[in-house]
Write a protein of this length. Structure first.
Length: 149
């Protein structure tokens, strides 16, 4: 029996401010397609796309203040309708039904991607929630951090 050479895992990279943002196209909970490339094209080089990574296990002791942060985020989404917001819900420990219930419970109105395999969390190097990454009009990361702004 011939052994196949083992592939080395891809190196883990956390894209920092100034780096090219990983591109994606995913279905939102609303069944609309959300594409970073299309969102950036729609902005015509004038507006950032704000990705907010959240966890449907909120409220939990290991997510202090998550309810208040989600409420503040929803207030921002409502008060800045021209800003491009996308929520990314972690797929660990839950299914799409729980994700949809979470969105309804907190009244989240931005497009929400249920990251079933946590591929977006991995691609963007996100380990905390809520966590925001702003992608500038040219497709580069402008901000990353746990302060929603």
């Amino acid at each position: 029996m011939t052994r196949q050479p083992q592939k080395k895992p891809a190196p883990y990279v956390v894209p920092q401010v100034g780096a090219e943002a990983p591109r994606f196209e995913r279905q939102a909970l609303s069944d609309q397609t959300v594409s970073l490339t299309e969102l950036l094209q729609q902005s015509k080089g004038k507006q950032s796309v704000s990705l907010v990574f959240v966890d449907a296990l909120c409220p939990m002791p290991h997510f202090p203040g998550c309810e208040a942060k989600l409420a503040a985020w929803q207030d921002q989404v409502a008060s800045e309708p021209s800003r491009q917001w996308v929520g990314v819900i972690s797929g660990y420990y839950i299914d799409a039904g729980i994700a949809a219930g979470f969105a309804e419970k907190f009244g989240l109105t931005a497009p929400l991607i249920f990251d079933t395999d946590n591929a977006l969390y991995k691609a963007y190097g996100v380990h905390a929630t809520p966590y925001q990454i702003d992608v500038g009009p040219q497709g580069r990361i402008q901000y990353r951090g746990d302060q929603l702004r």
